[in-house]
Design a protein around this ligand. Sequence first.
Ligand SMILES: Cc1cc2nc3c(=O)[nH]c(=O)nc-3n(C[C@H](O)[C@H](O)[C@H](O)COP(=O)(O)O)c2cc1C
Length: 182
Amino acid sequence: MEPLIIVHSRDGSCSRVAELLREHLAGGEVRLLQEAEKRRGVFGFLRSGFQSARERPSRLLGQPWNGVSPGRHLYLVGPIWAGRPSPAIRAFLLGAGAGDAETVAASLQDVPVHILTVQADPKRERSGEVHTALTALVSAAGGSVVETVGITGAAPGRTAEPDALREQVVARVGRSPGAPAG
Ligand SMILES: Cc1cc2nc3c(=O)[nH]c(=O)nc-3n(C[C@H](O)[C@H](O)[C@H](O)COP(=O)(O)O)c2cc1C
């Protein structure tokens, strides 16, 4: 069963990480989360930071949970905003977009989950706290976290260079016991 790679990206770095991950894993289905919220411009930026700081989920479009199934490795790739997981990744885990949290929570049962966060800060400040918060959301939905990986992306509005991202993906993904790639 090929891995499912769920990604949220505003400025393109997480999308690149998802594609590089597919290369690294030699397969996988990449699915980009679509939201109702507007993220562009100064107001979009401010609203995004505010929403994330307040730990609010966004409203997801469609049914991004389709295809999540027991035993199928799920990779979640998303940015850190205002020192928190991005609202779309939060929404994915809470199942808020579907308005049907019970079904979604049940669907993470026996799902091995890999968490990848991308942020501007080269020291990756707050990534530990964000990984802890995301691990709790995965556990609450019945899934189990295989590994957590922090990646340095680019400043807001910029997209990180593929080579710099590739190096980090290759060096860091699949290093934990039980992770399928290495
Ligand atoms: C609203 C907003 C808030 C952000 N807050 C942080 C932050 O707290 N720490 C950090 O290191 N980077 C922060 N960033 C930078 C992003 O994490 C970085 O640009 C990342 O590469 C974005 O991934 P993307 O290109 O896939 O959207 C923020 C970006 C935005 C848009």
